[in-house]
Design a protein around this ligand. Structure first.
Ligand code: GDP
Length: 377
């Protein structure tokens, strides 16, 4: 489904939600359909604003002008070629001002308490004088209209905080699209002076690996009382995490949480660590009572300090940047291949021939690639 087909509710102007952190709208209202909508829908909130220049965007973001930051994110989320060009010019200017935050990924099955936890941690961080941006990566949001961070009743306290900025998942259409937009949004938020970036994701498909590839520290929230299989937690995901955090360690569940902590501590001992030189830790917390929230933040700070000193963090960020370039090239090539008219025309018959055994798979691939190469220019 293309972004262009998504309709904005009539009362929402093109960039609403961007400038009002209290108005966290469903994922699609980030204005992914572009800045210069020609829709005749009258805006009841504000008149159409003037176009901003690259300098306007750059200065606005650097001055932490919320409205301009929101518009800059909308710009980078746009799929329109003209917007992408301006967005890249803005990013290029801002790049020297990025990279100073700690980027933390947070995952766990629905219901584990991610948003309650982010609210508790966020409020703790603000009390400590931090400025916090909360982003979401939800590759399903194109279909579900943003299942995470899309509901403004979640993180109610945090949305009222002036030191917090909350942005729902972009609806990029593809995981690659969502990834690009989220990575670039991290950079914009850093340039705007947010020193902690939390990236929430849901445990679906590739989203954990994707978020792992854009953060420094990755936190897996877990529950007690349900087997790992019930929680949908695979060993592979535990291996991505720098810490496991057993949430809902309160009331009747406290003892069980402590037992689970011991079990998981033994289990992670046999797993490859997600970060070289750092042993994956297991802790408990209650996002409701706040117990364990300060502790997990001190673990993240300890990680940052040690991994910075050893050079591991810098090496990770360098590797992530290069990986990102390759991933975008692959995404582009894949899209151009499958949308190429000659490939589109030949593919059904080729598939049929491979299925009925009249064409070897390798030959089918070679012929399709040859069509793509020959008729490309
Ligand atoms: P998410 O889907 O992972 O974002 O989970 P939510 O944050 O929406 O929480 C799901 C439910 O678990 C809500 O009813 C929360 O109130 C509850 N919950 C979250 N954290 C805790 C906790 O630490 N203790 C208890 N007892 N309940 C919690």
């Amino acid at each position: 489904m293309s972004n262009e087909t998504i309709q904005r509710p009539e009362w929402v102007p093109a960039e609403a939600g961007a400038e009002f952190t209290t108005q966290v709208m469903p994922g699609v209202t980030g204005g992914h359909d572009g800045l210069t909508s020609t829709s005749a829908t009258p805006s009841v909130i504000s008149p159409r604003r003037r176009q901003l220049s690259v300098t306007d965007y750059v200065e606005g973001v650097l001055n932490n002008d919320r409205m301009i930051l929101g518009r800059a994110i909308t710009l980078i989320e746009s799929n329109a070629p003209a917007h992408m060009e301006t967005a890249q010019a803005v990013l290029k200017e801002l790049l020297p001002h990025t990279g100073k935050s700690i980027r933390v990924g947070i995952t766990g099955v629905p219901g584990v308490g991610k948003s309650t936890f982010i609210e508790a941690l966020g409020c703790h961080l603000i009390e400590q004088g931090h400025r916090l941006a909360v982003l979401a990566v939800d590759p399903t949001s194109t279909l579900t209209r943003g299942s995470i961070l899309g509901d403004k009743t979640r993180m109610e306290r945090l949305t009222r905080e002036t030191q917090a900025f909350i942005r729902p998942s972009p609806s990029g259409g593809t995981l690659g699209g969502v990834t690009r937009k989220s990575r670039e949004t991290i950079l914009l938020c850093e340039a705007a002076g947010f020193d902690v970036i939390l990236v929430e994701t849901v445990g679906v498909g590739q989203s954990e690996t994707t978020v792992r590839s854009m953060v420094d520290f990755f936190l897996l929230l877990m529950l007690t009382g349900a087997g790992d299989e019930l929680q949908g937690i695979k060993k592979g995901i535990m291996e991505l995490a720098d810490a496991l955090l057993i949430n809902k360690a309160d009331g009747d569940n406290l003892t069980r949480a402590k037992v689970a902590r011991g079990e998981y501590t033994r289990a992670v001992h046999y797993l490859a660590p997600a970060t070289q030189g750092w042993r994956t830790q297991v802790h408990t917390c209650s996002a409701v009572t706040g117990d364990g929230i300060a502790k997990i933040w001190s673990v993240i700070e300890d990680f940052r300090q040690k991994m910075t000193a050893s050079g591991t963090l810098e090496a990770r960020r360098h590797a992530q940047a290069i990986e990102w370039v390759y991933a975008m090239i692959e995404e582009h090539l894949r899209t151009s291949f499958y949308h190429h008219p000659a490939v589109v025309a030949a593919l059904p018959a080729m598939k049929e021939a491979v299925i009925n055994g009249s064409l070897p798979a390798t030959l089918a691939a070679t012929e399709l690639l040859a069509k793509f190469e020959r008729e490309r220019f």
